[in-house]
Design a binder for this molecule. Structure first.
Ligand SMILES: *Cc1c(COP(=O)(O)O)cnc(C)c1O
Length: 377
């Protein structure tokens, strides 16, 4: 049988290999070093932000972002229900209560109308909303123009979860540069990877300094390790930052390759009644991290799981969209403003192989299997 084709596997080359070897030979292993500083500066410069703090994961960046915004037990943090669990988990780590907002059907991103509704009802109930975390779903930036205006109107700080949208933009500004701070992820399946890692980006010098301090065990600057705060061990190692710098130098090339795959799918499904490529409209400013299709079973006569099973039979990976957080057993008891949009996307969606490391023959195999499936229907 042919080798397995993954949805989004790491795309590493000899450039990454040389960067890691050079970092090891430099002796900066324990664990911070010059590659961490350079990686922070290079990514912050690319995104047009003053400060970057490289961390062990995107989840760690969300956690420390919330703590430095002053989020504490008993607060409410308003967030997207259409996301990966890490966003909600980070809120729970702080002792605050996540409050979900449903999605805009066309993009899957937080619906500004529902956000306003959520903030209005929470304010009327006299509840303290400590932060808002919108999520740039699958590499399409949130409507930050609308969301930022609402956050300002209600005087609530915005922490942007840009874990999936590195390289995307909104209104000429880079994803990862919005809000009081933004968070990106370099997990293995993301658009670029450090094996595992993340970064918090901000223009606020004090906030960046505080995140750096909390991420390195909250050590006071004295020899005997004095502590006045509970700290975390959340910093990125120098070896992984070297990998990150090599990946960052290839980011545009990797986005271009994902876009080629997106265009292949658009062509493939253009004439299929009842199938649309999710978020394809206005995707020129997206990083097209993952390409998903939405299937209207009444028109196609087949379901996303039918196609998924056909692909799996040839060892090709595909997956549903994120299952909304308000439907997750662990979070189902939490409150939110829910209108069914994200559930509908979850029911209809299927994410297809989208990675930049896909070879020409792997791409052709995916396209052929989908053709076969469509012909048999
Ligand atoms: C991947 C992801 C995260 C978490 O990032 P890690 O680096 O894996 O901790 C957070 N939010 C979203 C939306 C993600 O997709």
């Amino acid at each position: 049988m042919a080798e397995r084709i993954y949805m989004s596997s790491p795309d590493v080359t000899e450039r990454e290999e040389s960067a890691i070897i050079a970092a090891i030979r430099s002796g900066w292993i324990a664990p911070l070093g010059p590659d961490v500083d350079s990686f922070e500066q290079e990514l912050a410069a690319r995104l047009g932000v003053a400060y970057g703090v490289a961390l062990s994961s995107g989840t760690a960046a969300l956690h420390l972002g919330l703590l430095t915004l002053g989020v504490k037990p008993g607060d409410v943090v308003v967030t997207s229900t259409m996301t990966f669990a890490a966003t909600t988990n980070a809120i729970v780590y702080t002792g605050a209560e996540p409050f979900f907002v449903d999605a805009d059907l066309a993009t899957g991103n937080m619906d500004p109308v529902l956000l306003r509704q959520a903030l209005t009802s929470l304010r009327e109930a006299g509840e303290e909303v400590a932060a808002i975390i919108p999520v740039d779903l699958l590499g399409k930036a949130v409507d930050y123009t609308a969301i930022t205006a609402i956050a300002e109107e209600f005087s609530v700080p915005l922490l942007a979860d840009a874990a999936e949208s590195l390289g995307a933009s909104h209104a000429g500004r880079a994803a990862g540069s919005f809000g009081r701070a933004s968070v990106v992820s370099f997990n293995g399946n993301k658009i670029m990877t450090t094996s595992g890692g993340g970064m918090l980006l901000t223009d606020d010098e004090d906030l960046a300094r505080r995140v750096r301090y909390l991420a390195t065990q909250a050590r006071q600057p004295v020899a005997h390790y004095e502590h006045t705060d509970v700290g975390y061990n959340y910093r990125m190692s120098n070896l992984l930052a070297a990998l990150g710098r090599a990946q960052l130098s290839r980011l545009d090339e990797m986005i271009a390759r994902r876009r080629e795959m997106r265009e292949l799918y658009k062509e493939l499904f253009a004439s299929v009644d009842g199938v649309e490529v999710f978020g394809a409209e206005g995707d020129e400013n997206d990083n097209v991290w993952l390409t998903s299709i939405l299937v209207d079973e009444e028109r196609t006569g087949w379901t996303p799981s039918d196609l998924s099973a056909a692909l799996a039979a040839d060892d090709i990976e595909s997956r549903p969209l994120w299952k909304p957080m308000h439907k997750q057993p662990v979070f189902a008891h939490l409150r939110g403003v829910i209108n069914g949009a994200s559930e509908r996307l979850f029911e209809r969606g299927l994410t297809l192989p989208s990675g930049s490391a896909l070879t020409a023959s792997q791409r052709a195999r995916v396209v052929d299997r989908i053709h076969d499936f469509l012909r048999e229907r």
